[in-house]
Structure formats: C-alpha cells, structure tokens
Design a protein around this ligand. Sequence first.
Ligand SMILES: Cc1cc2nc3c(=O)[nH]c(=O)nc-3n(C[C@H](O)[C@H](O)[C@H](O)COP(=O)(O)O)c2cc1C
Length: 204
Amino acid sequence: MVVIDRAQKRLDALIANSPIASVISDPRQKDNPIIACNAAFIELTGYREDEIIGRNCKFLAGPATEPWLTETIRSGVKRHSPVLVEILNYKRDGTPFRNAVLVAPMFDEEGELEFFLGSQVELEPDAPATHANRRMAAAMAVKALSKRQRQVLAEMALGHLNKQIAHRLGLSEQTVKMHRALLMDRLGATTTADAIRIAVEAGL
Ligand SMILES: Cc1cc2nc3c(=O)[nH]c(=O)nc-3n(C[C@H](O)[C@H](O)[C@H](O)COP(=O)(O)O)c2cc1C
C-alpha cells in the first residue's frame, strides 16, 4: 500500500543506515511503543527485533537507573523538545552500560507530533572523556557550517520536515533540500537521525 510504503521509506531514511543505535517510537499509540529500530540498536542491546518492536523503550532501564534522568527524558517527551542524557541502562543479558541517549520529537507535514527518535551511544566506563570529545567534535563540525546550514540543522533538530523548515525560514523547499544535503555531507551524517544527534551534542 502506498501510504505504508511512504511511511516505511521515511522511517528507513531516518535510521536504517545509521551506524548509531536508533529507534523510532509512535506517540499516537498507547505507551509510545517502538515501531522501528536499526541493526546497530539490536547489536548494542542484544534484544531481537521482535522483542523490541511494540514495546516502550523503558525496558532498557533497570535497578540502578537514575530516576531523575528518566524524569528528564519524560519531561522532554512531554514538552516535545530534544533531550540528551547519560543514563545507566541494561543490555538483554543484564550487563549495565552508560547510555548517552538522545530523544527528540519529529513532526509531520501539518506540524503535528508524529514520532520520537531515540539514539543510543554506549559510553566506555574507562574512557570518561568520550562524551566530552563527542560534544567537542560536534561543536566544531557545526561551527564549520555556513550560517544558513546551521539554521537548517537547528530546524531539523527541532523535528521539522523540509516543508516546515522552508516556511519557518522563508526559503523555498528546494533551497532547504540543497542546504540539507550539503550540511549532511559536511557533518558526515549518514541519516537525519545522525545529523540531529550532532546538532544536540553541539548544543545547537
Ligand atoms: C524514542 C524514545 C527512546 C528512548 N530511549 C531510552 C533509552 O535508551 N533509555 C532509557 O532509559 N529510556 C529511554 N526512553 C525513555 C523511556 O521510554 C520512558 O519514556 C521513560 O522511562 C519514562 O517512562 P514512564 O513515563 O512510562 O515512566 C526513550 C523514550 C523514547 C520516546
């Protein structure tokens, strides 16, 4: 069916080819279940796809997960604004890991909330600088963009589609597409999810 194909294509374009573990959830369904995940997420967490799809992402939390960090994610979800926290999570076999998780809203062409994007990076316990380094690299990459590219990236990180970005910045959709392609290339981002992650890491 055309509608499903289009939706599936959009989900694939968002996360399928990302080297970063990623999920998409559907806030229009009860308890905001995951409707898509990529291979990197399966590899990171050890869960099979059929154990992931249809569940809320809270199954990664466990006994020592910090409740105040869960609360930060919860309030970002509630406010429809991107959040990035380093939270203690657990893999399928019970191994704990420090998860630098990004949760960001994505809106449809009408400006209605459509999905949440989740992207998970495991921080190595013996390399506490990893996350600081990621942030610094992200900040430098974003700084190297043109002003217009930064504006488009900031809009992408707010979860807007090209059509809305064009409207919000007073540009044509074609121009937005051009900036988007160029900035993704300059950031070395394979997918929109990766570009959003870099933007939030950079504090854009
Ligand atoms: C797309 C998405 C990805 C999420 N990823 C994680 C995650 O990797 N780790 C985590 O502890 N919570 C994650 N969460 C948060 C939980 O799913 C859940 O919202 C949170 O634990 C609060 O749940 P509650 O309000 O039902 O208690 C994610 C949420 C969303 C919407």
